[in-house]
Design a protein around this ligand. Sequence first.
Ligand code: SD4
Length: 323
Amino acid sequence: MKNHKRREFLKTTVFGSGLVLGSCSFTSNIKHSKKEDLPMVISTWNNARANAAAWEILSRGGTALDAVEAGARFVEADPDDQSVGYGGRPDRDGHVTLDACIMDHLGNAGSVSFLQGIKHPISVARKVMEKTPHVMLVGEGAQQFALSEGFRLENLLTENSKKEWTEWKKTSDYKPIINIESHDTIGMVAIDKKGDIAGACTTSGLAYKMHGRVGDSPIIGAGLFVDNEVGGAAATGMGEAVLKSLGSFLVVELMRQGMSPQEACKEAVMRIIRKQEYQNIQVGYLAVDKQGQCGAFSIQPGFVYASKGTGGNELVDVLSYVK
Ligand code: SD4
């Protein structure tokens, strides 16, 4: 967790302000249960600056779709975020390969995966959604499409990430480490003034993954799912565990059946706990329902999410299965 980012926000703790852990209360402890509390935006990890970029659009009456794209782009452009876009950690062969997806309130979806050399995969995903008859483009095809849409090729491997990778190669020891890099991968869901919901998810995936590996983040229903009648959810952490349980779709469906966002995220985590080796991995889910009430749950401690609404900013510690 980057400390300078952290300090900008009031951090909710169960002991500190008396607010509820894992829920979306703001400083005034108002829950987004009323329409007047919209618009609002939430994102995984300490991505509050991305929320601010989204908020600029939401507060002017802009759409949730424009807001989540702007929020994701902010992180993609940040070389210091080594889990997303430019500056992302490479795969084990030294290639930065990017995954992203986006969904709007009409249920439209766009996605790119294993995309190289393009700084803003989220915007390419949006173009896939809006300009092609498809949902998902991968690898070279995704890159060709991006170039045809005016995106330019760039080297995304920063000196810093290259240095770390060179160091890693000395041992090439690949084991996922819980909460490594603070997992700054961003999954974002916003609700605009009209009450419409959209979501975005973008990542460079797991550091030093196999070349060609695709995680949960670009898979509609795994890393992200939005249903404008119900709410939206995003996942972060070990993508393989999320893929095997189609986590974000599950969270939204559980909310449809009446669970609160918090309960739905917890149940989605429990599906992993019951069926998979969970001891050495982190997965966190974040969700918001149609009324703007938020919830989150993770396997391991250490997951946080950032929220922004009319009441202000919040960084929320999330309850976890492992204490
Ligand atoms: C992946 N879920 O590629 C992503 C990684 C992640 O925070 O979320 N990191 O598996």
